[in-house]
Design a protein around this ligand. Structure first.
Ligand SMILES: Cc1cc2nc3c(=O)[nH]c(=O)nc-3n(C[C@H](O)[C@H](O)[C@H](O)COP(=O)(O)OP(=O)(O)OC[C@H]3O[C@@H](n4cnc5c(N)ncnc54)[C@H](O)[C@@H]3O)c2cc1C
Length: 458
């Protein structure tokens, strides 16, 4: 019998397995997909010009120590997010404006003051510690800022934050969930920043998935079972049995479950999870968090003085960045097609999805049909809600009121089953760093639990 069976080979599952192994435990990782990395997936460009990161891409060297330690350990090349040039804001079909990157968009003085007031309020809230109150958990983010006096344009900007950060509308997540997310992630401004103070500072030259591939090598290919979706988990008290859809059975003293909580209800866990755990996990939702990555022969937007960043209230692309890796002659714009516009866009057939993205990019950069915009060399689009083993992104979001009501059970072990995943991380929740942090903590819990109880005799 194994010491630990880990379900899921995303960043949290791999880190949990590797940490447990480092502590001397025997492990098996059981993964549904035929690859490791979960929501980190780097697709090779047909042109050979590197990789397109269809999931997570950005990291920070000074603020995210775990992910950065792996970058150094594995000798991975990184590139700095390019910021030089003008950014664009699309307010409506008719109205767009260009602005120097990093300044508050050019609203009227009253609107600007209002936006800064709400932003500063949330930033101040997000630098506090502990959980926000149940009262704040029972109102949506949208209602919360309106109650604070947000003008329509400010409310629209807050909605853009919710779309960009979580793939949801600000009416769909609680104010407490949003503030707690900011608290765990060094504050609203650090989350939004694209320079060295924030979460979008660096990217990988050869794709973020290289970290997962390298950790998997450390764990050992023989200990990782790909293409093995878990069908059921049985906690027998003395040990756990995990059975896959392919008919394999794994017996272990402990199970670490790294699948996003929204999917626990499909895993046939016996005995059933306690009522409160079911209540909170059955009601978590995942956002519409999609990417369309448009690759070009040359970074034509730079020649026109743009840095490739744009944001839009209109959509379907709500935000885009230059994700080129010049060292690989890879020039791309990564377009986030999130929230409600993303939900609608994801229902279109592939050729229409690509057409609307290209048309919007052309509109944003004020180019015509003869422009380079319409001559991409490769286009990727990735809809995470369509993935059977992800069902959306960024991370599960608890229902209104549940974050505070179920804080004492959410993510806590139940019998021999321990839970990890970026959603539970005290630091950088929703990010690769958070997944690593949660995996490390989950492994520590299991090591301690195993040390407390002598091995069961089967
Ligand atoms: C579009 C997008 C952009 C992002 N941008 C960034 C970014 O720039 N920076 C950043 O740090 N983070 C980013 N993220 C978030 C980051 O990808 C996640 O926080 C992180 O990868 C989550 O890791 P995890 O281990 O918690 O979950 P997951 O990666 O979801 O891992 C869960 C694993 O469980 C497996 N699984 C599911 N069901 C089963 C089953 N029945 N049996 C066996 N295995 C199963 C899955 O296949 C998966 O491998 C982004 C994510 C997306 C989608």
């Amino acid at each position: 019998m194994l010491d630990v069976v880990v379900i899921g080979a995303g960043f949290s599952g791999l880190e949990a397995a590797y940490s447990a192994q480092q502590a001397g435990l025997s492990v098996a990782v059981v993964e549904a997909r035929d690859r490791v990395g979960g929501k980190i997936w780097s697709a090779p460009l047909a042109s050979g010009r590197g990789y397109a990161d269809l999931g997570g891409a950005w990291i920070n060297d000074s603020l995210q120590p775990r992910v950065w330690a792996y970058v150094q350990k594995f000798g991975l090349g990184v590139v700095k997010q390019r910021l030089e040039g003008r950014a664009v804001m699309q307010e409506s079909q008719e109205k767009r404006f260009e602005f120097p990157f990093g300044v508050t968009p050019d609203f009227s003085p009253e609107e600007k003051k209002n936006l800064e007031y709400i932003r500063d309020h949330i930033q101040a809230e997000s630098l506090k510690t502990g959980l926000p109150s149940a009262q704040v958990d029972n109102v949506s983010l949208d209602q919360y800022v309106r109650d604070l006096g947000a003008l329509p344009k400010t409310a629209q900007m807050v909605n853009l934050w919710a779309r960009v950060m979580h793939g949801l509308e600000s009416t769909e997540e609680s104010a407490a969930w949003f503030i707690d997310y900011c608290r765990r992630n060094k504050g609203l401004l650090a989350i939004r920043a694209d320079d060295s103070t924030g979460g979008q500072h660096l990217r990988f030259q050869d794709g973020a998935q290289s970290i997962a591939t390298e950790i998997a090598k450390l764990i050992g290919a023989g200990n990782i079972h790909l293409a093995s979706p878990v069908a059921s988990i049985n906690d027998y008290g003395s040990h756990v049995g995990v059975i896959t859809r392919t008919g394999k059975t794994f017996l272990a003293r402990k199970c670490i479950l790294s699948v996003p909580s929204t999917m626990y209800k499909e895993l046939n866990i016996t005995p059933a999870l306690p009522q409160a755990v079911q209540e909170v996990t059955n009601n978590t939702i995942l956002g519409d968090y999609n990417k369309a990555i448009v690759c070009y022969d040359k970074p034509w937007w730079r020649e026109q003085g743009f840095n490739g960043y744009f944001a839009s209230y209109l959509g379907p692309v709500i935000l885009a960045r230059d994700t080129s890796v010049d060292e690989r002659k890879h020039y791309s714009l990564t377009c986030f097609v999130n929230g409600l516009p993303g939900r609608q866009w994801s229902k279109l057939p592939p050729h229409e999805r690509r057409a609307v993205v290209l048309k919007q990019v052309a509109q944003i950069f004020k180019t015509d049909t003869k422009s380079e915009v319409f001559r991409p060399i490769e286009v990727f689009d990735q809809i995470w809600q369509h993935e059977e083993f992800s069902r959306g992104a960024l991370a599960p979001v608890t229902a209104l009121g549940h974050l505070t009501k179920y804080a004492s059970v959410y993510g806590r072990p139940v019998g021999n089953v321990h839970f990890v995943g970026t959603e539970y991380s005290p630091e950088w929740k929703g990010y690769m760093e958070g997944a690593l942090c949660s995996g490390e903590l989950g492994a520590r819990q299991v090591v301690e639990a195993i040390q407390r109880v002598p091995a069961a005799k089967l």
